[in-house]
Design a protein around this ligand. Structure first.
Ligand code: ZN
Length: 242
């Protein structure tokens, strides 16, 4: 099976469209979305619709839960809070119901998918350091772990003795007996210094995983943020990618 694994769209329709178009050329059997469909960007409802139509497996992120009223927005920083309050007004009742019903994690054989750390998915803990990755892998028995949430693409392998090795290449071929951790990066608001939309292709047969970076109409996304009087920092951030 070849999977396209996406995360953190954050209401950026132009980035989502570009990524979905890119997956069509890559012979993908399954698409999985790891959460945060909404928040920050100017097209929350449109992104949800497109995700629902094109992506069979959708998981919940912390912004999705906040937009659906399951988590208080005062847990977020001021800019996220403003955008979440704006987002709530833009969502239909159907959108809100859909967001509230999204599952926190998904398992397919030896693959485990979740938005934040698998330790306690509803706590939305960030996986940033090697120690965090260690804890994440200890929390589950699966060989492969896929997360989002930090908006920073990252990968590591773990040998049989538990030693972790960061993976710095864009592509990796799996070694027998090793376990793997992937942060698939962000489609709609990358923060790893590369402004192009990010996602991961995982190929179970070829035993490889490859990060993809996709250019999109970033100026249009920025215009929509400004036209809707969302904080201008959210438009700048798309270019700064941090
Ligand atoms: Zn996010």
């Amino acid at each position: 099976m070849r999977y396209a694994i996406l995360s953190d769209v954050h209401g950026n329709l132009e980035a989502l469209q570009a990524v979905l178009a890119d997956t069509r050329n890559r012979d993908v059997d399954q698409i999985i979305f790891l959460g945060d469909a909404v928040g920050y960007g100017a097209s929350p409802s449109e992104c949800l619709k497109l995700l629902q139509r094109e992506v069979p497996i959708l998981l919940a992120g912390n912004h999705d839960h906040a937009a659906a009223g399951l988590t208080p927005v005062d847990r977020f920083n001021p800019i996220a809070r403003i955008s979440l309050e704006w987002t709530r007004k833009r969502l239909s009742e159907r959108d809100t119901d859909l967001l509230a019903e999204l599952p926190l994690c998904h398992v397919e054989g030896e693959l485990y998918f979740v938005h934040a750390s698998p330790e306690r998915p509803a706590d939305w803990k960030y996986v940033r350091t090697m120690d965090d990755i260690q804890a994440a892998l200890e929390a589950i028995p699966h060989r492969f772990c896929f997360v989002g949430h930090t908006h920073i693409a990252m990968a590591a392998s773990q040998d049989v003795e538990g030693w972790l090795d960061p993976i710095h290449h864009r592509s990796v071929r799996f070694e027998e007996e090793k376990r793997y951790f992937f942060n698939v990066g962000s489609v709609g608001q990358p923060r790893d210094g590369n402004e192009r939309a990010c996602y991961l292709i995982f190929d179970g047969e070829a035993k490889t995983a490859t990060f993809r970076r996709v250019s999109y109409d970033l100026e249009r996304s920025q215009e929509k943020i400004l036209e809707n009087n969302l904080p201008s920092y959210l438009a700048e951030r798309l270019v700064e990618a941090k």
